[in-house]
Ligand binder design. Structure first.
Ligand SMILES: C[S@@+](CC[C@H](N)C(=O)[O-])C[C@H]1O[C@@H](n2cnc3c(N)ncnc32)[C@H](O)[C@@H]1O
Ligand code: SF4
Length: 346
């Protein structure tokens, strides 16, 4: 497949595959986090393991994105979803003699012990574990006892997945901003965990908003981060979209975009922590970042928080393109949704 030129907000870029494809495999979870944007998700006709395997054939054999991540709802809450994830690894390893697509999973970490042996021996490239604060706060958001269930897995998983194969991914909101830095110090000292990716709480269309994140709390988090004492050199990534409050860029002293898609800045906090700021300057959906629902709906990444409207926002469904990843991607690029996101294929 030849790379093609695309125009985006007046700039031209080369493109032949998405950077990241995120996949929902089921609509179930053992927790009920107060912040969850997938709460009450109900997908009646999820793709079967066989259908996903048909799709993986073209995803890893033809389209070959840089990364595929299994995002839930909670993969480890359903055996069939776990088996499907392991199938994906097998297919990727078979179809890509020289690896192109990294495969990761994002999980609440509370159910991993059932798959310990298989995870330890797997070719999974990385695991993201969501922890929203120290025990008490995490349990308040994620449910009583959830920290203990997660804790039983932290020791072995941090030994099996070292360095940048294990990321802790807290969702920052006003309520926990004062506690995340301390949590990072504790996890670093106890388990040697050295990679963290901070998500900013996003409003949900499906539930009332109980949380938010203001710039003063982001400032506070960064300030706290520069004061903690860690043992193992650590990377903390904080990403946001340019249409978030401009003041974030002020906090990090980020210049205006010079046409680049992502503006990055590495800040050495002086205590062996590197804070990596990533600002997305434009929409990524359908060309760089694709989301697939458990029922096979092909969506722009921007539409992921709006699970009530997956059907309306989908540009196609995997069943309608006979599980052909390339075809779905092409339809996405030509779709009215792509145009509404500001993207034009030349
Ligand atoms: C929806 S969860 C699914 C995967 C898995 N169950 C977990 O919790 O990691 C994916 C990620 O989204 C985060 N998340 C949930 N609700 C959010 C919201 N309203 N804003 C930002 N991130 C959110 C979670 O903390 C988690 O890191
Ligand atoms: S663990 Fe993940 S999917 Fe489950 S309720 Fe929490 S955020 Fe939502």
């Amino acid at each position: 497949m030849n790379a093609r030129n695309v125009r985006y907000s007046g700039n031209t870029a080369e493109l032949n595959a998405p950077v990241i494809v995120s996949v929902l495999l089921n609509d179930i979870c053992n927790l009920r986090c107060q912040t969850c944007y997938l709460e009450n998700m109900n997908e009646q006709s999820s793709l079967s393991r066989e259908e996903w395997n048909n799709f993986f054939e073209s995803l890893f054999g033809d389209l070959k994105p840089n990364a595929t991540v299994f995002v839930g709802k909670e993969i480890f809450a359903k055996d069939e979803s776990v088996e499907t994830m392991f199938d994906a690894l097998k297919q990727r390893d078979r179809l890509q003699a020289s690896k192109i697509t990294d495969i990761g999973v994002i999980t609440n970490g509370t159910l991993l012990q059932r798959y310990r042996n298989r995870l330890e021996g797997s070719s999974l490239d990385w695991i993201d574990i969501s922890i929203d604060g120290p025990r008490e706060f995490n349990d308040k958001i994620r449910g009583e006892g959830s920290y203990s269930k997660l804790e039983r897995n932290l020791d072995w998983i941090s030994k099996a997945f070292q360095g940048d194969r294990l990321w802790v991914v807290p969702t920052l909101c006003d309520a926990n901003a004062s506690q995340i830095a301390q949590m990072i110090e504790d996890l670093n000292k106890t388990y040697g965990i050295s990679h963290y990716s901070i998500g900013l709480y996003k409003h949900r269309s499906s539930a009332p908003d109980l949380f938010s994140v203001g710039d003063s709390e982001v400032r506070r988090f960064v300030n706290d981060l520069s004061r903690i004492e860690i043992i193992h050199p650590t990377k903390v990534v904080l990403g946001y979209k340019a249409d978030n409050p401009d003041s974030y860029s002020e906090i990090f002293n980020l210049p205006d975009s010079d046409g680049e898609t992502v503006t990055t800045k590495q800040i050495d906090l002086g205590n062996s922590i590197s804070l990596d700021i990533q600002r997305n300057n434009r929409n990524m959906g359908l060309w760089r970042a694709v989301r697939i629902s458990s029922e096979g709906d092909w969506l722009a990444a921007e539409d992921l928080f709006d699970h009530l409207n997956y059907k309306q926002n989908a540009v196609t469904n995997l069943r309608d393109v006979r599980y052909d990843a390339r075809k779905a991607y092409e339809i996405g690029l030509r779709s009215p949704r792509a145009r509404s996101l500001g993207f034009v294929q030349l």
